[in-house]
Structure formats: C-alpha cells, structure tokens
Design a protein around this ligand. Structure first.
Ligand SMILES: Nc1ncnc2c1ncn2[C@@H]1O[C@H](COP(=O)(O)OP(=O)(O)OP(=O)(O)O)[C@@H](O)[C@H]1O
Length: 273
C-alpha cells in the first residue's frame, strides 16, 4: 500500500537576483527529497537554519510547487492548498477583530459547515484545546499560548487529515511551550491526525515525534530518519529526563552538529562573496 503522504524526488529551486546585476541565478533550497509519512503518524523535521524546512512544509501545504518531483496525498498529487491540510505557523495569524470563537468559526466558513453548526463546532474545538470560558476574548486579551491554541483549534475544526505545523511554539516561553507540547500530544492521540511538525528544538523533536527527520544544510536533503520509541509521553511523570530521552537527544544533536557547522560556513561564504 502506498503512503499517506509521499514526497517523490522533490526539489525546489528559487530564482534569485545576482547582487549588483540584473541577472538571476537559480538557487536550490530543497534537493531530491524522498519521504513517506503514514496516516496518523507524528513526524518532526529538524535541520539547520535555511535548510528548507519551511519550503518543504509550504510544498506539502500546496502554497508553492516543486521544481521537480511530486508530493502525493493518498496517491493524489498535491497541486494547491486544500482543506485536507491545516497549517499552523509560528505567528498566530488570527483575525484581531474577531473573538476566539469567531476566529475558529472563520475557519469553518470556507468549508460549507452550515452557520448553525459552526458555533457548536467552534466551542467543541476550543474545549479540546482547553479554552472553554475564553470564547469571547479577542486575541489581544489572550496570552501567546492561548492564541496559539486558538490557531490550532481553528485548523482542527474543519477536520483536515493532516496538520502542518511550522515552529508553532517557537515564540512561547519555556514553560508554556512544554505544556503546549503535552497538549498537542493529547490532541494528536484524541484526533488521530497526521502531524508534520518543524522545530529548531531537539528536545521538542524528541518529545513529540514518532520519527525525527534530520535534514542536511542547504540544499535540504534527508540526512537520516530517527525512530523515537519512548512510549506514551502523556502518561509519564517527567519523560524529558529519562536516560532514553537523553540518548535520542544526543543522537540527533550529533547528526545536526556537522550540518549546522556547514550551514554557518555557507552563510559566511555568502556574506563574504
Ligand atoms: N521565495 C523565495 N525566494 C528565494 N529564496 C527563498 C524563497 N523562500 C525561501 N528561500 C530560500 O530557501 C532556503 C530555505 O528556506 P526555508 O525558509 O525553507 O528554510 P528553513 O529551514 O525553514 O529556515 P529556518 O530554520 O531559518 O526557518 C533559504 O536559503 C531561503 O533564503
């Protein structure tokens, strides 16, 4: 059987202006990526800054098209955005003039959910992310973590098969971030969504992922995929402090270390060019 999500030889090149000239050159951001994700899986992508993580997620979201190769969702080629994929970015992208409830309902307006069901559905998903009682607050009346919960509720409410998350917790303080990670694991267990998650944090990757995909420095390729076998983290007292957790953290750190050094060298070369 074919995978739920399949990247098949996916490359992405951008045209960039050559400095001091009118000419353009091609810049390879992502190079021949092959990756399968199973239905209901939680996959985390890590890699040095600029290695093409967001580009891969944008491709999967259909926000941009591959220069080569294709991405299949249940065997169908992705050619644009769709309600089968929900995206949560680092910045909340909420409508400031709408309440939490209104923001979640907004996500449902495009899906043809009848008006009378929208309010009920929005309440249900706000409850799922622990925001019962905050329905009538506007984004500026909510904390960063709460705003991100609204964004997650909005994405989940229209029932996408896949949740794409681009550093969704990066702007949060350490404690809020950890509790959001646990919240997300619970939501993932309850909803059975497929999650593709980007992070810079090795701890976050190990805590959340069933598999962590380590990408090379630019152009992004799959360097190695690490299967994480830590059991159900939501049932453990302090899962981040176990020796197994430390071993996975070190393994991924090791894989990333060389790539980050290479990426920093590349940056210096670009600045010095
Ligand atoms: N529209 C674009 N035009 C030209 N270059 C682009 C474009 N979008 C991204 N890039 C370049 O492609 C490379 C990959 O960018 P991308 O944002 O995917 O990296 P990333 O791994 O998500 O980075 P970070 O971890 O810093 O967020 C970068 O060098 C970036 O400058």
């Amino acid at each position: 059987m074919s995978a739920h999500i399949a990247f098949r030889g996916v490359s992405k090149r951008f045209q960039v202006k050559v400095r001091g000239s009118r000419q353009h050159s091609e810049f390879t951001a992502v190079d021949t990526v092959d990756l399968d994700v199973e239905r209901g899986e939680f996959v985390v992508l890590v890699g040095p800054s600029g290695c093409g993580k967001s580009t891969l997620l944008d491709l999967l979201g259909g926000l941009t098209e591959p220069s080569e190769g294709e991405i299949l969702l249940d065997g169908r080629r992705i050619t644009g955005p769709g309600l089968d994929r929900g995206i949560v970015f680092q910045q909340y992208a909420l409508l400031p003039w709408r309440t939490a409830q209104g923001n979640v309902e907004f996500g449902l307006e495009a899906t043809g959910v009848p008006r009378r069901h929208r309010a009920e559905r929005a309440r249900e998903f706000l409850d799922l992310v622990g925001l019962t009682g905050f329905e009538d607050r506007h984004p500026h009346q909510l904390s960063g973590g709460m705003r991100q919960r609204v964004a997650i509720a909005r994405s989940l409410a229209y029932d996408p098969q896949v949740l794409l998350m681009d550093e969704p917790f990066a702007a949060l303080d350490a404690q809020t971030r950890e509790s959001m990670q646990d919240e997300l694991l619970r939501i993932w267990q309850r909803t059975g969504k497929t999650v593709v998650f980007i992070t810079h944090s090795i701890d976050e990757a190990v805590h959340l992922g069933q598999r962590v995909v380590v990408l090379t420095s630019r152009p992004g390729r799959v360097k190695e995929t690490v299967a994480i076998d830590l059991g159900d983290r939501t049932r453990q007292e302090d899962p981040r402090s176990s020796p197994e957790f430390a071993r996975y953290r070190h393994r991924i750190w090791d894989l990333l270390h060389d790539e980050v050094s290479r990426a920093q060298q590349q940056e210096k070369e670009v600045v010095g060019a």
